[in-house]
Design a protein around this ligand. Structure first.
Ligand SMILES: [Mg+2]
Length: 358
C-alpha cells in the first residue's frame, strides 16, 4: 500500500559510549553506534522515529546498515514504506528502523500509544523487568542479587558458562538460598556442551529456575529438545537460535519453552510481534529483550512487550548500560525504571520525541 503524501526523511549517525566495556562474542565493545531515522509527514504535522543500532554477530555491519538505509530513504521520501522494508529485508537493524518508524507514525496518527497500536486494548503503565546480575564470584553474585531484590526486581538474570559448571551451580544455589522467592533466569550464551548441560540441568532441578537461556550452541535444536525431554522441571529459552532459525522451526522441533525476542536482531517490532503470536499459538512464552539499544529502540521493545506479554518480566531495562543516550528533551527521561518495573510511555506513538543529535 503506497500512501501518496511525500515525507521529509532524515538519517543521523550517533555514537553512544557504554557505561562500562561489554564483552560480546565478537569482542569487547565500548560504544553503541547506529542511526536515528526521522520521518515527518508535514501535511499532517506528525514526526515519527526509528532506530538502527547494529550489533556484530546479530545483525548486519554498521557500514551495510548505512548503505541499506540510504537506499531505503528514497522510498521513504515517497512515503512507500513497503518498498523501504523490501530494500531492508536482509539487514535486520536497518529494517528495524524503518518498521519502527512506520509503527510509530501510524500510532501517532491514531492518537494511541504504540503498545495499543501493536495490539492490546488494555492500558498498561508499567512493565516488569529483569535485573542483570551478570557473572561474578559467589559473594559478588549474591550481593548483586540481594541489591536487585531489595530494589524491587521480581526477576534476576545470571550469566553462566563463563565459569565451570560446578562454580556456576554454587552461585545459583547461593542466590536461591539468599533470595528464595525471586524468579531466576540463567543465560549460558551457548557455552555448554550437551554433557555439561545435562549435568547442570540435573543439579538445577530443585533450584526452581525459571529458565536456562541458550544452554547449547545455536544450531543444536535437537540437543535442546533432548534437554527439555530429560529435564521437564527446568524450561529452556532460546535466543541465539532465533537469529538462525524461524520461531516456527524452533518450536516445531520442540527445542524451546520460551522464545527470547530481540526486535533489533529479528528485523523489527512487526517481525517480533509476529513471532510472539506464533509462540503463543504453540504454547510457548516470550521474553522481549534489547541488544543494548538507544532509547528509541528500547521504547519500541517496551511497547512490544506491553502489547504481547505484559505480565512477564522482560530484558528491556538496559538504559543504564549507556553512559549517554539520545536527547529526548523534557524534564523526565523516558522509560524510568523503578521498583523492578519500567514505565510504559502513555503519549502517542513512542511517547516522546528525539532532539537533534550533536
Ligand atoms: Mg541471551
Amino acid at each position: 500500500m503506497t500512501e501518496a503524501t511525500p515525507m521529509d526523511v532524515s538519517l543521523d549517525a550517533f555514537s553512544l559510549p557504554l557505561a562500562a566495556p561489554l564483552s560480546t562474542a565478537a569482542g569487547d565493545i565500548t560504544e553503541r553506534r547506529g542511526y536515528l531515522l526521522q520521518v515527518e509527514c508535514a501535511e499532517r504535522g506528525v514526526t515519527a522515529f526509528g532506530e538502527a543500532t547494529p550489533l556484530p554477530g546479530w545483525t548486519e555491519s554498521l557500514d551495510d546498515c548505512r548503505a541499506v538505509l540510504d537506499d531505503a530513504r528514497d522510498a521513504l521520501r515517497e512515503n512507500d514504506f513497503d518498498r523501504a522494508l523490501t530494500v531492508c529485508r536482509d539487514a535486520p537493524a536497518a529494517r528495524h528502523a524503518v518498521s519502527l518508524a512506520r509503527a510509530d507514525l501510524r500510532a501517532r496518527r491514531e492518537d494511541v500509544p504504540l503498545y495499543r497500536h501493536l495490539g492490546t486494548s488494555t492500558a498498561r503503565e508499567t512493565l516488569p523487568v529483569n535485573a542483570t546480575v551478570g557473572d561474578a564470584d559467589v559473594d559478588e553474585t549474591v550481593a548483586r542479587a540481594r541489591d536487585a531484590v531489595d530494589a524491587g526486581y521480581p526477576c534476576l538474570k545470571l550469566k553462566v558458562g563463563v565459569r565451570s559448571v560446578d562454580a556456576d551451580l554454587g552461585r545459583v544455589r547461593a542466590v536461591r538460598e539468599a533470595c528464595p522467592d525471586v524468579a531466576l533466569r540463567l543465560d549460558a550464551n551457548e557455552a555448554w556442551s550437551r554433557e555439561a548441560a545435562h549435568r547442570a540441568f540435573d543439579a538445577l532441578a530443585d533450584l526452581d529456575v525459571a529458565y536456562v537461556e541458550q544452554p547449547l550452541a545455536a544450531e543444536d535444536l535437537a540437543g535442546h529438545a533432548a534437554l527439555r525431554d530429560g529435564h521437564p522441571e527446568t524450561p529452556v529459552a532460546l535466543d541465539e537460535s532465533l537469529a538462525r532459525f524461524s520461531v516456527e522451526r524452533v518450536l516445531a522441533e520442540g527445542a524451546a519453552d520460551v522464545a527470547v525476542l530481540k526486535p533489533m536482531a529479528l528485523g523489527g517490532v512487526d517481525v517480533a510481534r509476529y513471532a510472539a503470536r506464533v509462540a503463543e499459538r504453540r504454547g510457548a512464552a516470550v521474553t522481549v529483550t534489547t541488544t543494548i539499544d538507544a532509547v528509541v529502540a528500547r521504547a519500541g521493545a517496551v511497547h512490544l512487550a506491553a502489547a504481547v506479554a505484559p505480565n512477564r518480566a522482560h530484558g528491556v531495562a538496559t538504559g543504564d548500560l549507556l553512559a549517554r543516550d539520545l536527547p529526548t528533551g523534557g524534564d523526565e527521561r523516558p522509560l524510568p525504571v523503578e521498583g523492578g518495573a519500567v514505565g510504559v510511555p502513555q503519549g502517542n506513538g513512542l511517547g516522546f520525541s528525539v532532539g537533534s543529535i550533536e
